[in-house]
Each structure stands twice: as structure tokens, then as C-alpha cells.
Design a protein around this ligand. Structure first.
Ligand SMILES: Cc1cc2nc3c(=O)[nH]c(=O)nc-3n(C[C@H](O)[C@H](O)[C@H](O)COP(=O)(O)OP(=O)(O)OC[C@H]3O[C@@H](n4cnc5c(N)ncnc54)[C@H](O)[C@@H]3O)c2cc1C
Length: 285
């Protein structure tokens, strides 16, 4: 369900039919309010009342709901928070260039500085369009210098690389439980034992980020630290972590690349395009 429906005036209700949250609050606050209620009651969903919304404004949503046997013009729709967007970690400039020559990053993998700590509704697709266009324009204008083709030995070395790890249901569940809306030190430490390397890396970086600024909440660090005084880099991901003495991760070399990526989490407001993106930096992956 798109939150644009709440923007149109749909309201959220508990089992008694009462509203329990300001629907237009930042998305992390709304998610947390729902999650708190669900934890308290053991229910699996709350009700979204969109009966006052013109179905013609959301034809795809309405069609999907009807296909699922729900009539949004007559009944409340059961909803629960879900992972929806990844604010990525590859820092780029305004031409989508990463720090690796010839490598461009667009979309959720990138950290353009366009989004604040809570991505605002419907910015991500626009970001994809805008930055993809800029990336292509830049790449066409700056073709790479011709290179000798890869040698047989280089190709053989590539073939030896392990296949990217795949995710299974257990990985998704553990990440949602311990790296989702509410993060605790115990949960994040548990994730350090995940079988998936990216989950371990997310946990390592999350443990280093001792504040909350949006998207998710660190139970032990609920406030945001002032941007002007905090700069964390992913290089610290190589430090030893509590409970994991000497633990090394195969992703460290990639983390080393990533640590050069300074990520602008410019509070809740959007950062306007044109503002230097590496002004106030903070690690993120
Ligand atoms: C339910 C939902 C609703 C949303 N609603 C909106 C909205 O209303 N407005 C808005 O602006 N944004 C919305 N978004 C967000 C938006 O859809 C995404 O941010 C955007 O599509 C991300 O594009 P992307 O290219 O970065 O990633 P993706 O679209 O995820 O593309 C990544 C691609 O990489 C492929 N891939 C993955 N791993 C590999 C691999 N190892 N090798 C090769 N290929 C691989 C995947 O198959 C996929 O095709 C919504 C997202 C969700 C989940």
C-alpha cells in the first residue's frame, strides 16, 4: 500500500476503530506507532480506512485489493509496516559517479544526498529517472580510455569468484526482526552471526551508528546527534566489535571502498539538488 493514500486522507485505526497516530507524521513514527500497537495486542495488522478516497485516484491499488478480495470503498484494509526502501551506501556526485572510475550508481544502491533520513514519498523513482539520465549523459561524454582485453588468467580468476550470496526467508526474517524498525544492541549483535555477508555488514555499520535520525530507531540511542559534530566512516567497520574478537569479514575490502563513501543524512528535510553532497557526512551502507 502506498503511503500516498494516507496523504490523500486515509486514516489508521486500531481494533476498536480508534485512530492512534497522526497519519502524516514522518514515516518512521507512523511505522513505530503501528509496530508498537501490534506488539502490544498481538494483532497482525491495523485498519486503513480509505473509504473517503476516490478509487479512480489509485486504480492499481484498488485493483490489487479487489483481486485480494478486499473492497476499499466499504471496509478497512489490513496493513502492517514492511521494508520498503533501502537508503543505499555508494556515494555519488550529481552525475551518479562513484569514487571508482567508470562506476556509476543509481537508485537504491546510491547515496546521492537527495533524500533525508526518511525518504519522502515518491522521490525514489524520480531520483532513478533524473540520476540515470545524468549518468548516461556523463558516460557518453566521457568514454573510458581503450583498454587491453582481459587476459585468460584474469578471466580465470574472475570465474573463481564465489557467486553472490542469495537471501532466503530466514535471512529476511532475521534482518526485519533485528535490523528493522527497532534496533537493539542485542539484536544487532545477533545479526553479526548471520550467514549472509550483507546482513553482517549492515549490523556492523548499524552498531557504529549510535544515534537515531529516521527510518529506524536505536532503542539505546533514541536521539539524533548534531550533524555538525558527527562524522562516522565505514572504515570503523574494521574495528573489532563487542563479542566478536578479531572477527574478520570477507566484505572488508568492499567496506574499505565503501568507507570512502561519505553519506549525507541531512536530517528530515530533503537536500536540494545542487547542495554539495559531502558536506555533512555520516557512514551508511
Ligand atoms: C511496495 C513498494 C512501493 C513503492 N512505491 C513507490 C512510489 O510510490 N514512488 C516511488 O518513487 N518509489 C516507490 N517505491 C520505491 C521504488 O520502487 C524503488 O526505490 C526503485 O524501484 C528502486 O530502483 P532500483 O533500480 O534502485 O532497484 P530495483 O528496482 O530493486 O532494481 C534492482 C534490479 O537488480 C536486480 N538484481 C539484484 N541482484 C542482482 C544480481 N546479483 N545480479 C543481477 N541483477 C540483480 C534485481 O532483480 C532488480 O531488477 C516503492 C517500493 C516498494 C517496495
Amino acid at each position: 500500500m502506498t503511503e500516498a493514500i494516507r496523504g490523500e486522507g486515509a486514516t489508521l485505526h486500531n481494533a476498536a476503530g480508534e485512530r492512534f497516530v497522526e497519519e502524516l507524521a514522518p514515516r518512521d513514527e507512523v511505522s513505530r506507532a503501528i509496530q508498537d500497537l501490534l506488539s502490544e495486542t498481538g494483532e497482525r495488522s491495523v485498519g486503513l480506512d480509505m473509504r473517503s478516497i476516490d478509487p479512480a485516484h489509485f486504480p492499481n491499488v484498488v485493483a490489487a485489493l479487489r483481486a485480494a478480495g478486499l473492497d476499499p470503498t466499504r471496509e478497512l484494509i489490513p496493513v502492517a509496516p514492511a521494508a520498503h526502501y533501502m537508503m543505499g551506501g555508494i556515494v555519488t556526485d550529481l552525475d551518479a559517479r562513484s569514487s571508482v572510475p567508470g562506476l556509476y550508481a543509481v537508485g537504491e544502491s546510491s547515496c546521492t544526498g537527495l533524500h533525508g533520513a526518511n525518504r519522502l514519498a515518491s522521490n525514489s523513482l524520480s531520483e532513478c529517472f533524473v540520476f540515470a539520465r545524468r549518468a548516461v549523459a556523463h558516460a557518453l561524454a566521457h568514454p573510458p580510455a581503450p583498454q587491453a582485453p582481459a587476459t585468460a588468467a584474469e578471466l580465470a580468476a574472475l570465474a573463481e569468484l564465489p557467486a553472490p550470496a542469495t537471501t532466503d526467508r530466514a535471512t529476511r526474517e532475521e534482518l526485519w526482526r533485528d535490523g528493522g524498525i527497532l534496533r537493539t544492541p542485542e539484536g544487532l549483535n545477533r545479526l553479526l552471526d548471520s550467514s549472509h555477508p550483507l546482513t553482517r555488514l549492515i549490523a556492523r555499520c548499524a552498531l557504529l551508528r549510535t544515534e537515531s535520525r529516521g527510518a529506524h530507531l536505536r532503542a539505546d540511542f533514541p536521539s539524533a546527534t548534531p550533524l555538525s559534530t558527527t562524522t562516522t566512516r565505514c572504515s570503523a567497520a574494521r574495528t573489532r566489535l563487542p563479542g566478536k574478537p578479531g572477527a574478520e569479514d570477507p566484505l572488508h575490502s568492499r567496506a574499505r571502498t565503501a568507507r570512502r563513501a561519505k553519506c549525507s543524512h541531512a536530517a528530515r528535510e530533503q537536500t536540494p539538488i545542487g547542495v554539495p553532497i559531502i558536506k555533512k557526512s555520516r557512514a551508511c551502507l
